[in-house]
Design a protein around this ligand. Sequence first.
Ligand code: BGC
Ligand code: BGC
Length: 759
Amino acid sequence: MRTRIPLMAGAVLAAGAVVPAALVPGLAQSRPPYLDPSLPAQARAADLLSRMTLEEKVGQMTQVNATRLMGSGEWDRGPINERWLETAFGEFAVGSVLSGGGAAPVPNTPEGWASFTNALQRANLERSRLKIPLVYGTDAVHGHNNVAGATIFPHNLGLAASFDPRLAEALAASTARAMRATGVRWNFAPVADLGRDPRWGRFYETFGEDPLLASSLVAASVRGLQGPSLSRGVAATVKHFLGYGQAPGGTDRADALIPARALRELHLPPFAAGLAAGAATIMANSGSVNGMPVHASRALLTGLLRDELGFRGVTVSDWEDILKLQTQHRVAASFPDAVERAINAGVDVYMVPNDVGGFSRALVALVRAGRVPLARVDEAVGRVLRLKFELGLFESPFVDASRADALVLNADRDFARRAAARSMTLLKNAGVLPVPRSVRSVLLTGPGADSVRDQMGGWTIGWQGVPDGPERPPATTVLAGLRAALPAGARLRYLPGTDLDAVRAAARAADLTVVVASEGPYAEGQGDSRTIALAADQQRLIQAVGAAGNRTVVVLLAGRPLVLDDATLEASDALLMAYLPGTAGGTAVADVLFGAINPAGRLPFSWPRSVGQLPIPYDRPPAPPGPDPQRDRPLFEFGFGLSYSRFEYGTPTVTPELAPDDAATLEVPVRNAGPAAGDEVVLVFASRDTSRLLRPARQLVAFERLTLRPGESRTVRLPVPIARLAVVPGDVLGDASAAVEPGEYTLSVGGRTARLVVR
Ligand code: BGC
Ligand code: BGC
């Protein structure tokens, strides 16, 4: 799906735009090497760099928010402001633009986006002395989610519950197609932070608490976004490097205290996996780790990222985070001091996002004063230019806006449905699901039952979720989904749930009541929660329905595990976690309730009984015995999820003796012993009887999702990379390289075990 503006379309390809020199007779010989697409990106970047002024170089390190180019105020989405275009592209030669959540053009349609990115590109190329195209970025974190009318996929947390990297790759590839159609070639995704504390407002943006699961899904997302080569995909960004997921007490961007051992064993692997998959860019963590703001951390941004991991792509700052070194973290006395620290630490591109001139002037002066070496600037700009060459932007800076609507509106709705269906996680079922075809009357209630906003979560059209107004994503709510799936002859009644007496009476008259409880959308610090409790009025609603005496099914639309009162749990005959399922959420929920889909999602996190247990990830070391046996037990374990079928495991076998850089193969027979066809997620955990260091009670080392017909059995073969067992050795201050301890390991799968010896 490559779109390109035909060269004769002078009206579209305005004066000054790049016309490949090869196409202009007589110019081929005098064409500068950087315009020669047959040369490697690295050589083209070096040639171009040698022709640039310092100011032009700093421009390539500057990223401005789209609203700074529109209307007349910081957040005004008015028409493109010609004076600001002149400032950004003429005066400061800015090299990239982003739309932070909500900064969409008007009209917010795919065609509107494509026309907008084309217009900015044209304005830039008209003013760029060396004809350097700009690259446009957005946070397309669950589909091309800023664009009204684009299909919205489940947020990462739900996607993780599918335990299906192939699905994640397909969704990312779909997202990339939609982005490209609108001229957006840089995606600030995937999130590679672990979700270790559900109080954190960004928990749903993560792939959950486990490093292996997150690594697999991050790598798959990078592959899907970037495609076989960047010129056919969009640039992925693994974010936010490093340690952002360990928000203390769940407070976004508060100082994270992370032992070096945990930083390497838990938080680093998803980033390393994303980089190994070829991620073109990485974003720095806005917060601080162990008392050091990451934007000022040379140890992380250069030592670990470049010297150790060998990353060669672009490091972009997060939103305004160089300024925040001065104003929030207070590790710099002035803005120039902050710029000096961040650029010397390793930031290549500053998401300013507003004060273009302030950054440009400060960095130019710092280079002239010798406080930032020119070589550091050249290194950063060389990376940015290489990215632009690899994306093919010099050859194809524009998109065909007339095709954007057709390529984006309602695209891949079947993926959205499949993804939502595969994420659904059934947590409790006291014999009420699937709903029998003989059901006569269903009552539907609860704030999430007919709420597009609630099933989308944050980062959908608006930063804090779908705003009021005409800009909407396509969506099937649970109400619409149940209507469509209802067996012939059954009646569906819907009550919003605000009038408890009315709900009680209706529940008494219905065979079954479905309560769709929800959190409502949020993003970043606005979503931090001290209680993670389901709202009290919703708990009362569930309890009232339960007390009415008929069957009660609770569906949760939420970006985190919600703490539920005992009475709420008792009142629920079935409990279905639907996460933030996106466009097809209502269809997937209905399919699970009526049995068209056999649920097989598994929790990618541990679900606490109470907030006081937090943090309680499954891979914690065992707690010493205490008076309260429940204190250290979550309500639902990581990896938990029920099915309408029953799966039996045979005895696993494993290659018995291995060296640390081998991969073991575990084989285990699995049989669908139940009545329904369905998927089983096979999870393999490793544990040790004794180790030099405190180890988790168990650690996920392999997983695979498979489909089995009733009665069918299959022997599953799972590769177990021994490197996954690596630990960071040393005493309390241990900070050596990770290594696998020789000795005996127990692998457990489906309640059975096998022994493995590492030599
Ligand atoms: C978020 C990033 C995001 C950026 C641009 C920041 O506030 O932390 O994840 O990429 O904004 O929208
Ligand atoms: C952006 C976020 C950013 C926030 C800062 C939003 O519009 O999309 O990424 O963190 O503004 O205020």
